[in-house]
Ligand binder design. Structure first.
Ligand code: ADP
Length: 406
């Protein structure tokens, strides 16, 4: 532990069949090593490891569960030739991405039994993620004992939403009994780009009003008023809102009853709306990937042209709504794989936002891939800025803050 807090912070993002990690040195916020164990539980499991300045190393491994997966990570981190640690005792804190913190968590927390119980309580709201997140935490507790584990919730940054933004207009008792409400996700990313926007625009965070657009395979917007979330597009689950790679985003809920009456089961409908919808379902490209969609739309394929228009239409619709509710904004921020890299997607969204005074600089827009910069024209009434997100660094920072404070 340095004078200010822990230096080596390990960040774990544990999914249902994968475990991603990054080891940070917090003094310089540099990544000492990173990698992933994939296809956990399958005979084809593999791990990829890369240390700072080194080659990417991939190998087939046996990883029947998250414990074994973490074992491959710690073996590489302390490997005599390729490792970056003499011993695991150098890891001073571990930050975990946890999907759903329900109504309980508005901040990252030190993991203890009560926190683990809470993560368990939200299994049914995050059935793919929360169990895997907990497995990652428990594997770390066993393998790297005595080190503080911090849970950083995807929902936490959205806890400031007012009641009139997060309640659904369904019987209130459903909120009281089952906590059915809008929670919002990608909070770590929205928070990271909000803090980065304040620094970039040289504005105090508590005076910053922006719309953050995290556009990736999963996509969500957040309306940020005075540095805090006022509204966001995802809901009880990450299915609500924008049209995504494989998720439908908002549809009339009656579609579900209609199809249920036609004999579709709940698991079939769940799979359809989460995994078989969105750009994958409507683009005719066979994928939910924006690069394929842009290529197909540029070659004039009608379904692709229409899917691209639907994506831009829905995204702009929410941006326009938030702009109005916020009474104008300091900037619109693009981030995520699409927001950072796809200039055609940014342009198509901006074309729908002329009424807000959004004017992109064509050259700057086309030249911006994964780098920080303004892409609107000088004199554009609403500045548009690309800010690459870094959820892992945000988790490391949150972990550092919390452990230093304790
Ligand atoms: P996830 O939500 O899984 O983290 P990402 O943020 O990586 O996803 O975003 C994936 C999306 O970003 C895909 O639709 C992909 O096509 C798009 N994307 C990634 N790189 C580029 C690029 N260079 N140009 C255009 N789109 C890109």
């Amino acid at each position: 532990m340095s004078a200010n807090g822990p230096d080596k912070v390990l960040v774990i993002n544990s999914g249902s069949s994968s475990l991603k990690f990054r080891l940070f040195s917090m003094e310089s916020e540099s990544v000492l090593a990173k990698g992933i164990v994939e296809r956990i539980g399958s005979p084809d499991a593999s791990r990829t490891y890369q240390r700072e300045g080194g080659e990417k190393m991939t190998a087939d491994v046996q990883a029947d569960d998250h414990g074994q997966a973490l074992n491959h990570v710690t073996t590489m981190l302390t490997h005599p030739e390729h490792g970056v640690l003499e011993s695991l005792t150098e890891v001073e804190a571990i930050g975990h991405r946890v999907l759903h913190g329900g109504e309980e968590f508005s901040e990252p927390v030190l993991v203890n039994t009560a926190v683990k119980d809470a993560i368990r309580r939200y299994f049914d709201l995050g059935p793919l993620h929360n169990p895997a997140n907990l497995q990652g935490i428990e594997a770390c507790e066993k393998m790297i004992p005595g080190v503080p584990n911090v849970a950083v919730f995807d929902t936490a940054f959205h806890k400031t939403m007012p009641r009139h933004a997060y309640l659904y207009a369904i019987p209130l008792e459903l909120y009281e009994k089952y906590h059915i409400r809008k929670y919002g996700f990608h909070g770590t990313s929205h928070k990271f780009v909000t803090e980065a926007a304040a620094a970039y625009l040289k504005k105090p965070l508590d005076q910053l009003t922006i719309i953050t657009c995290h556009l990736g395979n999963g996509s969500s917007l957040a309306a940020i008023k005075n540095g805090k979330v006022y509204d966001t597009t995802m809901g009880l689950t990450p299915l609500q809102g924008l049209i995504m790679g494989t998720r439908s985003g908002g549809i009339d809920p009656a579609v579900v009853f209609y199809l249920a009456n036609k004999g579709y089961t709940i698991p079939e409908l769940d799979r359809m709306l989460n995994k078989e919808s969105g750009l994958l379902a409507i683009s005719g490209t066979g994928t939910g990937d924006m690069r394929d969609l842009v290529a197909a739309a540029e070659s004039g394929q009608p379904d692709a042209v229409n899917a691209f228009a639907m994506f831009a239409h829905r995204t702009a619709l929410y941006i326009g709504g938030y702009y109005t509710l916020l009474g104008g904004v300091d900037a619109i921020i693009f981030t995520g794989g699409i927001g950072e890299n796809s200039h055609p997607a940014r342009q198509a969204i901006a074309n729908n936002l002329r009424a807000l005074g959004v004017e992109l600089d064509d050259e700057k827009n086309k030249a911006t891939f994964g780098t920080l910069g303004t892409i609107s024209r000088e004199g554009s009434r609403t500045p548009v800025i690309v800010i690459p997100t870094n959820e892992e660094l945000m988790i490391a920072r949150e972990t550092f803050r919390l452990v230093s404070a304790g």
